[in-house]
Design a protein around this ligand. Sequence first.
Ligand code: NAP
Length: 288
Amino acid sequence: MVQQNRITARTNLLGLIGHPVDHSLSPVFQNAALNALNLDYVYLAFDISTGDLMDAVRTLRTWRLKGINVTVPHKEKIIQWLDRLDDTALLLGAVNVVVVKDEELVGYNTDGIGFAKALDFNQINLNGKQVALLGAGGAARAVLSVLIERGVRKVIVFNRSFERSLQFQQWAKNSFATVIEIDNWESFINGQSSFLSQVDVLINATSLGLSQEIIEVPWNGIDNCELVIDVVYNREETPLVREARKKGKKAFDGKMMLLFQGAESFRLFTGFEAPIGVMEKALNEALR
Ligand SMILES: NC(=O)c1ccc[n+]([C@@H]2O[C@H](COP(=O)([O-])OP(=O)(O)OC[C@H]3O[C@@H](n4cnc5c(N)ncnc54)[C@H](OP(=O)(O)O)[C@@H]3O)[C@@H](O)[C@H]2O)c1
């Protein structure tokens, strides 16, 4: 919990912007970390509609915020009002952290680091694996950058909008000189994609599952799949993780990714290494 009595006229303000944000657990674990290190900051959540985004970004300096996390649906749109992006945010074309540095708004992306550390936490080696990646948005781009770094053999992307799959494929070619396969969403759902029998790992980077939506996975068609990763997280298991575990597969959700991207955000905001144990404890308590 935030210790209200430590807030003074000099307390620094951090925040999260998105729409909606009331489900977010970032304020819980960011404030726990700030309190643990006795840093004079407070972290709040702001529900900003897309129509208000430009005004909100332009006034970050006016309100002397030190930094913000950015979540759905603003990660791409916000870029046009920032002064500078670091290399990762530039590569991914999406920003989830803005630091206000000497009046400059600098954009970063810590989702990839979050995903990479979640793989390490779960002792996952993806070298040589064939991966079915669901989704072609910002999270999918962060995930793909890590999959390539980790030496996967093949990636097949399935996305609801095929147009976006094509853009994603082109982006991967331009950014990593890598050719990824794409197939349409329906041929994933109905199990007809010829790629499915080769899949070792299934990763969901769509927003399905946030509100307990079920992804119709053709489990019989992906017999060889040994691992299921969901970037979505929920208070309970996500439906995908629940279903995968029932089928006897190793599976984990986006909770640790959230925590590790948050820890990296904390370092960018404050200059201090995040007390990860404190953050994890606060997150688990909030999820209970
Ligand atoms: N754990 C973490 O730390 C972490 C970090 C980042 C993101 N995330 C989660 O990852 C998810 C995606 O985020 P994002 O930034 O990539 O969002 P985004 O850029 O808006 O992309 C959303 C993706 O979900 C797909 N989608 C949405 N509704 C769908 C539906 N009804 N059926 C099939 N596909 C659907 C979209 O397909 P179309 O292209 O067809 O619209 C698109 O591929 C969110 O739930 C977010 O909370 C988690």
